[in-house]
Design a protein around this ligand. Structure first.
Ligand code: PRX
Length: 568
């Protein structure tokens, strides 16, 4: 049993004031995530403790104490302020997992501005729509990504600054560009942290839906109250742990649990700025004696593929607690991890919108492989009847996963899109857009999404975004994008295309289309397969029936298509 008591006890005695007290926060106080993650830890006398162990692509390693990350975030914050960045301005972080990404995130929050992290592999179009929507004032990036920014900046009238963290002086800087080198700036020992309050905006994460452009999920500084306690109780972080979150901060896991949660607890965390390989990952765990690991099902399935032999080559005895998020964690993966690491991966479920873990397995609770576990204490979760939006009374029925709003890390709105935000609530419940059932013992069993969004390797892809990119190509008449099964990524993107008259169906056509959309989309959203068809199935009102194509790919019963044809 863990040091904090059993799950049931914690549920019974729960109040968010437990977290507030541990953080010395009282309602009405100022609260700033950047300060909590650095200055407060130093004030507690832990300034010389290692905060960050970073390893780059070529194996170079850098280590930073809490004093170092406090100073680095001060330095970036002060620089941004001097450049005219004001509270609530949106500052985009468009960086690989370099140290400046982590320190920049905290520096932006310290001066009251809003951090907008975007995955550095995003193509022009993906970057453009997100920066346009947020009216982003500044972007912090690297040389290797500057070409993308240069290609779109004329379409971004609000963008005043482009900061380059690794400028080498070889090519002249262009309009609006400024070089910023952390190691050449005078370290700022003291920074006036902006007086952010509980409801002051902190982070803007973009997430994809079925229709329309990606939505900007607005979070506030008070989210810390959830992120701190879930990190402590679910990730089970203890003072001497060495923690590794494999997620990129372009996604919410990489900020809530790759920056905020662990550092607000004063925990040492590691980052590997390198693509996936089983060998590299195991070597990383062994080298840094990682004890707590937060990863994702696709990575775990890839490790399974690499086999048990790869595990045996390394001493992984430092591992104590394994957790997973982002997609369904299949029972086989849990059983496999128990066999090879001697520990099960514990599944956690949440979303960009929820800001923190909502349903989870806990160190002291029996794991049922394949189940997502139970709601975090203080979270009221239910499965609603889709017809009435009332919770099912009996266990075992599949319905909509819903939460009673009010936990600290809940999104406050969708940026510029209050209407879509409001539509997420029914009968006083927040609808997650996912489906599951609850068993007799209160465990949740995920069954799927309630919309057409594709979850490939843990990354949400909007079919609409891919279809829009395809339709911009001169050869394409119509397109429909669905998922198809995949052993490792669970599902991948497949595009059906009808071509304009006179265009030939051949490999050259496919290549041209693929090359065209590659520049617009992130590599994760790229179709793994294109199928040219003469026509697409449509409803009577002319809407493309993605559902039918999806069913075909998954070998599911298509059912009565005449009713589908009548669908609006
Ligand atoms: O469909 C669910 C799936 O990922 C969605 C949220 O994605 P995103 O906002 O990108 O955040 C991912 C990381 C927090 C959910 O609506 N999802 C997330 N965790 C799980 C999951 N599906 C099944 N099991 C999970 N544990």
């Amino acid at each position: 049993m863990s040091h904090i008591g059993s799950y049931d006890e914690r549920v019974k005695n729960f109040s968010w004031s437990i977290s507030e007290k541990e953080l010395d926060y009282k309602p009405g106080d100022l609260i700033n995530i950047g300060w909590y993650c650095t200055d407060r830890i130093c004030e507690q006398g832990k300034g010389d403790k290692t905060a960050f162990i970073w390893e780059g692509m070529t194996g170079e390693e850098r280590r930073y104490t809490f004093h170092d990350i406090r100073r680095a975030s001060n330095t970036i914050g002060a620089f941004l302020k001097n450049q005219g960045i004001r509270p609530e301005d949106r500052v985009c972080l468009f960086l690989d997992r370099v140290p400046e990404l982590y320190f920049g995130f905290l520096g932006i929050l310290k001066i009251g501005a809003i951090a907008q992290p975007l995955f550095s592999a995003f193509g022009d179009e993906a970057l453009l729509v997100r920066m346009k929507d947020a009216q982003t004032k500044a972007i912090i990036t690297q040389r290797k990504h500057i070409a993308k920014v240069r290609r779109i900046r004329d379409q971004l009238p609000w963008l005043e600054h482009i900061f380059i963290v690794d400028y080498d002086g070889k090519h002249p800087l262009q309009e609006k560009e400024t070089a910023f080198a952390l190691d050449r700036e005078k370290p700022v020992e003291k920074l006036d942290v902006y007086s952010t309050q509980a409801e002051s905006p902190s982070v803007l994460h973009y997430t994809s839906g079925t229709t329309g452009q990606p939505k900007g999920v607005k979070h506030v500084h008070y989210s810390l109250i959830s992120q701190y306690l879930t990190s402590k109780w679910v990730l089970d972080l203890h003072e001497d742990d060495i923690y590794w979150c494999t997620a990129d901060p372009g996604w919410v896991t990489g900020t809530s649990y790759g920056i905020i949660g662990p550092w607000s607890l004063g925990i040492t965390q590691c980052v590997l700025d390198k693509g996936f390989s089983a060998e590299a990952w195991y070597a990383f765990i062994e080298k840094h004696k990682i004890s707590v690991w937060y990863s994702a099902p696709t990575a775990i399935r890839s490790l399974m593929k690499a086999g048990e032999e790869a595990v045996k080559k390394h001493d992984l005895s430092s591992l104590r607690h394994l957790t997973s998020v982002g997609e369904p964690l299949n029972a086989e993966a849990v059983i496999w991890s128990e066999k090879v690491f001697g520990l099960p991966f514990l599944d956690t479920y949440w979303q960009t919108e929820t800001g923190s873990i909502m349903i989870s397995n806990y160190p002291d609770m029996r794991v049922k492989p394949g189940s997502m576990g139970k709601p975090f204490p203080g979270i009221e979760a239910a499965v609603l009847d889709p017809a009435t939006h009332e919770p099912f009374k009996e266990p075992g029925k599949i319905g909509l996963i819903a939460f009673k709003p009010g936990w600290p890390a809940m999104m406050r709105t969708y940026w510029n899109n209050e209407e879509t935000y409001r539509a997420k609530f029914k009968n006083g419940w927040y609808l997650s857009g996912d489906r599951s059932s609850i068993d007799k013992e209160g465990y949740f069993w995920f069954t799927g999404r309630d919309d057409d969004v594709i979850n490939t390797g843990g990354h949400l892809v909007s079919p609409f975004e891919v279809e829009s990119a395809l339709l911009e190509h001169e050869f394409v008449a119509e397109s429909a994008v669905v998922s198809k099964p995949d052993e490792v990524n669970m599902e991948v993107v497949k595009a059906f295309i009808t071509l304009k008259p006179g265009v030939e169906t051949n490999d050259d056509t496919e290549l041209k289309i693929m090359n065209f959309i590659r520049k617009k989309l992130s590599p994760l959203a790229m179709p793994q397969e294109i199928e040219f068809v003469d026509s697409l199935p449509k409803t009577r009102s002319g809407k493309i029936m993605r559902r039918l194509l999806h069913a075909r790919e998954w070998g599911e019963e298509i059912g009565d298509t005449s009713t589908l044809e009548n669908e609006e």
